[in-house]
Design a protein around this ligand. Structure first.
Ligand SMILES: [Fe+2]
Length: 401
């Protein structure tokens, strides 16, 4: 495969190259030959939100994303509004019901703002669906062509945890702004003077929360149905025993572009953050999206100045001699991290910097992580303890602890 072929259409549009992606999201070489379910990369994260018109404005004004396409009543779609936003290789599609009978509104009533579809770009939709079906997956959309004046998309979809799905998209014969039915659209939003071109470049991972006792089932689903492999990071219930606990395993596509940590609650002294999520999302769903940045300091400063709230990190995280020794030498003085609450994790391959926002909707469910990788292919396992303390202080404030 040529380099050109191994980049997704969004990555090419964002002018990212493989070297940058190796740094940003830990991309690895792999041989697609023999992969029963080859995945090129992320296609889009599709959200159901209570007010897509305002959410689109939020993601532009605050997260610095760019409006690129639209579907709605003006384009013949009387059911809902859909705004397609871009930052680097990341594409979000925000959907909100217009017709009071829209199924999106039923979904939103049950789950609140959340991810309904983690769509993946694949070279061969039929091959993937065929394999998924043979492995017992639920096919929610048979492979079919959708065509407009920009060409043809081949697409199909399978169900994953909860009411979440993976739509598979082959856009090799398509040049339009998103999908047939969408029109190119930009907005009058003007970036403030001195604002960075973009605050994040690529999607690193999407975490799924599943019910107690079901994590291994979903690990097996991704192994069997989608040919994903297990990554080393494993968090057992031995971690954070003083606090509510979780268990986590990570599966990844062959090239590691698509990484899915899967969490289940573990029995702790108090209700865990995963239990809280499952209660308020009314079942399994996407918990957080990690957005890769090459300058987390600047990203956090800009977002905070625009009102984004991050989880606070206890001072002891930076002053405790043991923790400080673990942090070691990173690209900025530790005070720069401490003043912003940015966490550090380290493994044999390098380190990573990360920070988590508070939930972005009304329910204590979905939130974002910002991550800057320096060689480490991990997910911040070493930070769970510090993180749990911070999350649980927030949970206690909401009376759910
Ligand atoms: Fe994460």
């Amino acid at each position: 495969m040529s380099v050109e072929q191994t980049l997704t259409s969004q990555e090419r549009l964002a002018e990212l190259d493989l070297q940058q992606l190796r740094q940003l999201v830990g991309l690895v070489e792999y041989d697609a030959e023999g992969d029963p379910f080859p995945v090129t990369g992320w296609d889009a994260v599709v959200w159901a939100v209570g007010n897509a018109t305002q959410a689109a404005s939020f993601f532009q004004a605050v997260f610095g994303m760019e409006l690129v396409a639209y579907s709605g009543p003006e384009t013949g779609n009387r059911d809902h509004h859909a705004f397609v936003l871009r930052s680097g290789a990341i594409r979000f599609v925000l959907k909100g019901g217009v017709d009071p009978d829209s199924p999106l509104l039923d979904h939103h009533r049950r789950h609140g703002d959340g991810v309904i579809d983690i769509a993946l770009e694949v070279p061969d939709v039929d091959k993937c669906i065929e394999h998924a079906r043979a492995q017992g997956a639920t096919v929610v959309e048979e492979p079919h062509d959708v065509t407009d004046e920009h060409g043809t998309i081949r697409t199909g979809a399978i169900a994953t945890y909860g009411e979440t799905r993976h739509t598979l998209v082959d856009r090799s014969r398509y040049t339009g702004p998103y999908l047939p039915g969408y029109v190119a659209r930009s907005s009058g939003h003007v970036k403030p003077d001195g604002a960075p071109k973009r605050l994040f470049q690529a999607l690193d991972h999407v975490v799924g929360n599943v019910e107690l006792g079901h994590m291994d089932e979903w690990v097996d689903f991704y192994n069997r149905v989608m040919g994903f492999t297990n990554m080393a990071e494993f968090i057992g219930d031995d971690i954070a025993t003083e606090y509510s606990a979780l268990m986590s395993k990570v599966v990844a596509s062959g090239n590691h572009r698509v990484k899915f940590p899967l969490n289940e609650p573990a029995v702790g002294k108090k209700r865990s953050q995963i239990d809280e999520y499952l209660d308020f999302y009314r079942g399994p769903g996407a918990q957080h999206l990690a957005l890769a940045t090459n300058d987390i300091i600047r990203t956090v400063d800009v977002l905070r100045s625009r009102g984004v709230e991050f989880l606070a990190t206890p001072d002891s995280y930076y002053t405790d001699p043991e923790l400080r020794a673990r942090i070691g030498h990173v690209r900025v003085p530790i005070e720069e991290l401490a003043s912003r609450g940015i966490l550090v994790d380290r493994d044999e391959d390098g380190y990573l910097l990360q920070i988590f926002t508070k939930p972005i909707g009304d329910r204590p469910t979905v939130f974002f992580e910002f991550i800057e990788r320096h060689g480490s292919l991990g997910f911040g396992k070493g930070n769970f303890q510090a993180l749990f303390e911070a999350i649980e202080r927030e949970q206690a404030k909401r009376g759910n602890f």
